[in-house]
Every structure is written in structure tokens, then in C-alpha cells.
Design a protein around this ligand. Structure first.
Ligand SMILES: C[S@@+](CC[C@H](N)C(=O)[O-])C[C@H]1O[C@@H](n2cnc3c(N)ncnc32)[C@H](O)[C@@H]1O
Length: 308
């Protein structure tokens, strides 16, 4: 395991957003390397509790090494999509934090396959023991499916062109390496938007697909909102518009409710009662934080408070 540090984003704002009580019960659903967790724990008293979760076994190993002996801490390895199964949540939560996306140790370890700048296996799984890799997906998916993923999850305007090039390339040789894919996209040319590398959107899209990120987030937010005690706080930090949209919808108060029964037309579903009240406006890192930590630049933090 490489010892790459992770700088927590919007740290003070997130702590304030959680409105911490020394004897409260808090969940950090995305431990990473514990930047937020460490600061939360420093503010809890002896009867406070902190529940730590991550789907990445390396993150969980780091959590166990640092906090495994602390009687206030419980640690879970798993996708937050199934967080409702964790008995530790049963007594309710005073606050929950979701600091989404990937950590610096994930991004900067070439062996994890998240970076288009570093050559490594085209993997991108946050839990390397679960599901298919990005290379597996590109080997089996149809051109239309690849194009849909690039368009829907990467908002990539050249989705069809890139998908066509991937299909042509894989007929010559399997696409197994990060740089192999990045160079294939670079060779297609096209504009670099706002200094972004041309493979940025495609890599984001594949990461979201491989990890089922959007479905997991919707499920987790629903489960956690149910567990929040009245006055409990939900704090989300999102790094792209698709995940921020899900957070905004959850914190905006209402939750999506399906209104379909196969073969039957139903009147529109009644709007569900709001569960959360948004607290303040969405917050972004200031220029000084972005200067110190360029990875913070696209972060948007939202805070919601459970109202009933
Ligand atoms: C941005 S990092 C969190 C950094 C952390 N707040 C810190 O300061 O060190 C995001 C973490 O969330 C984890 N993660 C992302 N999606 C997840 C999911 N569906 N279930 C569990 N963990 C997830 C990733 O493995 C990663 O470690």
C-alpha cells in the first residue's frame, strides 16, 4: 500500500455543517484517509460515537490502524448503498457526512487505474474485489452502451466518436491500460475545454459506471435520512454535477417516489413531505483552499437538517 496523503476538502465548513455535539452519534460514510473523521473525533467526548465506512479495503485498513482501538469508533467495510444493513445505525444518527468521489491515494496510485496521466491497469474499482473493471466493461459493452455511459456519466460531447474508436481499437488488441485508453482519446483530437485533458470526461464516466456511483448515492442518502434524528444533519460534498444533483434533490426535502405499476396508468404521485430542511446555501472552497488543494476546485457542499 502506498502512503499517499489525502487533504480533506471544506473541512471547517463540514464540521460546522454537522453542528457536532460531544455526545452525538455521527457517520462518516466515506472515510478515505480520515481527514474529516479525525477532526470529528477530536470534537467528540467519551460518550460520543463515530461510525466509519468505506468500500475501499485500503481505506478501511487505514481506519483500523488509526482508530481501531478507540471505543467510540465502529468501522465497516462496504458500499454505502447497503449502509442500512449496519446495526450500528439502528439507534439513530445526529449527523452524517458523505465526501464523495475518489481519494488522493486512489487517484495517485497507478495500480488502481483511476488516472489518465499515470500508466496502470484499467481497473477503477473502489473495491478491487467487487464487480467488473473498466477494462472488462470496455471489452464486453456494445458501441451504443459505451457511448451512452460516456454521454450520461461524463457529459462527453464526443461520446459516439470515442465509442466508435474504442470498438475499432479493441478489434486490434484489448484495451487494458489507462494510458492506452487516454492516448486513444488524445489521438481523436478535439478541443480541450478549460485546460482539461481530453480524457477527463471519459475517465469520470467509466469510474461512475464501474462503481455504480449514482445508484449507490441515491440509496445511501435515502437510508441515512431515515436514520437521522430530528435536528440531525446531513452534509454532502460532491465533485461533479450528476452527484450534486442527487444531493440537491435529497436535501431539497423531497425524495423520488416511483409511481408506476406495470401495465397501469396512475395519477401523479403526491409530493412527499419534506424530510430535510436545507441549511444555508451550497458552499464552495475559497481561492486559498483551491490554491492549496487544486482537487477541491469542483467541490460543492450542501447541508440538510432532519425536520421530523
Ligand atoms: C474523497 S474520499 C473521502 C476523503 C475523506 N473525507 C478524507 O478526508 O480523508 C472518498 C472516499 O469515499 C469512498 N467511497 C466512494 N463511494 C463509496 C461507496 N459507494 N461506498 C463506500 N465508500 C465509497 C472512496 O473509496 C473514498 O475512499
Amino acid at each position: 500500500m502506498l502512503a499517499i496523503p489525502h487533504r480533506p476538502v471544506l473541512l471547517h465548513q463540514a464540521l460546522e455543517g454537522l453542528s457536532l455535539r460531544p455526545d452525538g452519534v455521527y457517520l462518516d460514510a466515506t472515510f478515505g484517509r480520515g481527514g474529516h473523521a479525525r477532526a470529528i473525533l477530536a470534537r467528540l467526548g467519551p460518550s460520543g460515537r463515530l461510525l466509519l465506512n468505506d468500500r475501499d479495503p485500503e481505506a478501511v485498513a487505514a481506519a483500523r490502524a488509526e482508530f481501531g482501538e478507540d471505543p467510540r469508533v465502529s468501522i465497516r467495510h462496504g458500499n454505502f448503498a447497503s449502509i442500512a444493513e449496519w446495526p450500528a445505525l439502528a439507534e439513530g444518527l445526529d449527523g452524517a457526512l458523505f465526501d464523495l468521489g475518489v481519494s488522493s491515494p486512489q487517484l495517485e496510485d497507478p495500480g488502481r487505474g483511476f488516472s489518465f496521466l499515470l500508466d496502470g491497469p484499467l481497473d477503477m474499482r473502489m473495491d478491487p474485489h467487487q464487480g467488473e473493471t473498466a477494462a472488462d466493461f470496455l471489452a464486453r459493452a456494445s458501441e451504443a452502451e459505451i457511448a451512452r455511459v460516456l454521454r450520461d456519466y461524463g457529459e462527453e460531447p464526443r461520446a459516439r466518436r470515442i465509442a466508435r474508436a474504442i470498438i475499432a481499437a479493441r478489434q486490434q488488441a484489448p484495451i487494458l491500460r489507462t494510458r492506452q485508453l487516454a492516448e486513444l482519446i488524445e489521438r481523436l483530437g478535439g478541443p480541450r475545454t478549460a485546460g482539461r485533458h481530453p480524457a477527463t470526461r471519459s475517465f469520470q464516466a467509466l469510474r461512475i459506471q464501474v462503481n455504480g456511483e449514482l445508484e449507490a448515492l441515491s440509496q445511501a442518502l435515502n437510508a441515512v435520512i431515515d436514520r437521522l434524528r430530528p435536528g440531525g444533519r446531513l452534509v454532502t460534498i460532491a465533485f461533479h454535477s450528476l452527484e450534486d444533483r442527487i444531493c440537491k434533490r435529497a436535501i431539497g426535502g423531497t425524495r423520488p417516489r416511483p409511481n408506476t405499476v406495470p401495465g397501469r396508468r396512475l395519477p401523479p404521485a403526491p409530493t412527499p413531505e419534506p424530510m430535510l430542511r436545507p441549511v444555508g446555501r451550497p458552499q464552495r472552497p475559497d481561492a486559498e483552499e483551491i490554491e492549496r488543494n487544486p482537487r477541491a476546485r469542483s467541490a460543492v457542499m450542501r447541508i440538510g437538517e432532519r425536520i421530523r
